[in-house]
Design a protein around this ligand. Structure first.
Ligand code: ATP
Length: 270
């Protein structure tokens, strides 16, 4: 056990991760507090998804973790049962699909199977989250027949429904949402809808870690940015402080332009 400040949700300490013989992450350290909305950026293959699955826990993640420690609140990740973890953190993977032709409503209902709650609360919560993600008209569709963007919104709704007690106005302090490119298939309206919803939930105490290649989309909404490169975190701070030409070059190994924006800090372009 380690004593951490009360609002610390996650601690990643000296984490080293290997895939086969290859070291992917080495001495990765960061702490996540309640209500932080953290974007993770980095080039293809640098280990972002690997980091997220390591934080998520589970058998595969522990096989890849060579050394270091991950604490959720002040307890080592491996001390939690899968059921305990499911109540405090939810994950949306990069390419989530369903092998079965479930209805969207059934997929969302499954997210709450471990919760003991009256059915009107369950139905109300599913309706609220569906509405917030523009899914109400899709609830009776077979998930396999949805478009890529529609499916992505369903899996985000499923992750949220795992954490939200009864409404989107609830206090979510202490809960952690792990997202791997949640907007990669979304059109502009739905990108904005999702980012605004995530920002609102982080104001209700939810801690969010969101991998994204779309730096310009996430920076106006996130409170902090981690940039991964060379097996570690090369920058960690407010987006406006983190995004500079030197760091971007180190990360993406190409020259990029930064344009200052009066409200949103900076925009990155080719
Ligand atoms: N099970 C595995 N076995 C071997 N190598 C793996 C395995 N999973 C991932 N890798 C490799 O580890 C590296 C990191 O993969 P990861 O998916 O974490 O990258 P990423 O930063 O999320 O990339 P992207 O931006 O393309 O999604 C990649 O080079 C990948 O090929």
């Amino acid at each position: 056990m380690t004593q951490t400040p009360e609002n610390t949700v996650l601690q990643v300490i000296e984490v080293q991760v290997k895939r086969g013989e290859r070291s992917l992450l080495n001495k990765v350290n960061f702490t996540v507090k309640a209500g932080e909305f953290i974007a993770i950026a980095g080039e293809n293959g640098c280990g972002k998804s690997t980091l997220l699955s390591t934080i998520c826990g589970g058998e595969g993640a522990f096989r890849a973790l060579v050394s270091g420690k991950i604490y959720v609140h002040d307890t080592p990740l491996e001390h939690y049962s899968a059921q305990q973890l499911a109540t405090m953190r939810a994950v949306m993977c990069q390419h989530q699909t369903s092998p079965f032709g479930f209805l969207v409503d059934e997929v969302l209902t499954l997210a709450r199977h471990a919760m003991i709650e009256p059915s009107h609360i369950r139905r109300g919560c599913i309706a609220t989250v569906s509405d917030a993600l523009d899914l109400s008209h899709l609830l009776h569709r077979n998930i396999q027949t949805l478009s890529g963007g529609e499916q992505q919104r369903v899996y985000l709704a499923k992750a949220l429904l795992q954490l939200v007690p009864s409404s989107l106005e609830d206090d979510l302090t202490g809960k952690l949402l792990l997202l791997d490119e949640p907007t990669s298939a979304l059109d502009l309206r739905h990108q904005k809808l999702v980012m605004a919803l995530l920002a609102k939930l982080s104001q209700h105490g939810l801690s969010i870690i969101c991998i994204s290649h779309d730096i310009n989309l996430v920076t106006p909404y996130c409170t902090r940015m981690l940039v991964l490169a060379n097996q570690g975190v090369i920058a960690d701070g407010a987006p406006a402080d983190v995004l500079d030409q030197r760091i971007l070059k180190q990360c993406y190994q190409t020259d990029l332009h930064l344009i200052k924006h009066p409200e949103h800090g900076v925009f990155v372009t080719h």
